[in-house]
Design a protein around this ligand. Structure first.
Ligand code: MG
Ligand code: MG
Length: 248
């Protein structure tokens, strides 16, 4: 059963969301050609801790860092390391923070220096698909009304999405029920109610939808080596729509 959050719980989730957004702002300010993914992670972790949060991902399922940092064809769960970013790369930074036991979760794909028109288009479609989905996020709608809107937008623009990855409920754990699919028929799943909180996170591929696991056991990449983008916000359902929690 999916329970709506109380006002007190939402206060904590908003604070967690602000910490995530501040960490994104800090990450974005240092992303440029020549920086390593490990250095970006350090900035993220420092920002979370300085603002009174705890990095949600560090130790989650054994993940070793505060941020998942995934470059170019890597879709998600990239481990920060000595990889140097180059002009023309795209880098997805996925950040979770916990405040008073409640989590926020947001991913964003950033351009490194000057990126190709194709890469710009991929980022644009992925970001827009998140907001297309969120238009359907309101009390009284079905959960998969969100999924359907995301999928229709992505597929009609000629892009693909991985089959086995979805958004999720979020609260006292980063990943809670229900799964929030990124495509599929509308009108299914739970009825959305005021106070429910979800992480909505389309992952969009420039090429084919198949994925492969990286040898480190965490990273997931496109099998064809083409680019992948990822945009995610944590939201709360309101009477008239939704509010984004992972923003400042
Ligand atoms: Mg995330
Ligand atoms: Mg998530």
């Amino acid at each position: 059963m999916i329970v709506s959050k109380t006002d007190q719980e939402l206060t904590y989730m908003k604070k967690a969301g602000i910490i995530v957004a501040l960490a994104h702002r800090a990450a974005q300010s240092v992303i440029r050609p020549g920086i390593t993914t490990k250095q970006i992670n350090e900035v993220v972790e420092k920002t979370i801790l300085e603002n009174g949060g705890i990095p949600s991902f560090k130790g989650l399922y054994g993940f070793p860092a505060a941020a998942c940092i995934s470059v170019n064809s890597v879709m998600a769960h990239g481990i920060p390391d000595d990889t140097i970013l180059h002009d023309g790369d795209i880098v997805s930074v996925d950040i979770g923070a916990c405040y008073q036991g409640y989590h926020g979760d947001s991913a964003w794909t950033y351009a490194v220096g000057n990126i190709s028109e194709d890469a710009k288009s991929l980022l644009n479609i992925c970001e827009k698909s998140l907001y297309e989905g969120l238009k359907m996020a309101k009390a009284g709608n079905h959960l998969t009304d969100i999924s359907h809107a995301i999928g229709e937008f992505v597929f009609s623009n000629g892009y693909s999405m991985p089959r086995d990855y979805a958004g999720h409920g979020i609260g006292t754990s980063v990943h809670e029920e229900p799964a929030v699919p990124n495509f599929g028929p509308a009108g299914q799943g739970i009825l959305l109610k005021e106070g429910m909180t979800f992480a909505v996170e389309p992952m969009v591929f420039a090429g084919r939808p198949q994925t492969r696991s990286l040898p480190d056991g965490f990273g997931i990449a496109t099998r064809d080596g083409k680019l992948s983008a990822h945009f995610e916000h944590t939201i709360v359902i309101t009477k008239d729509g939704y509010e984004i929690l992972t923003k400042v």
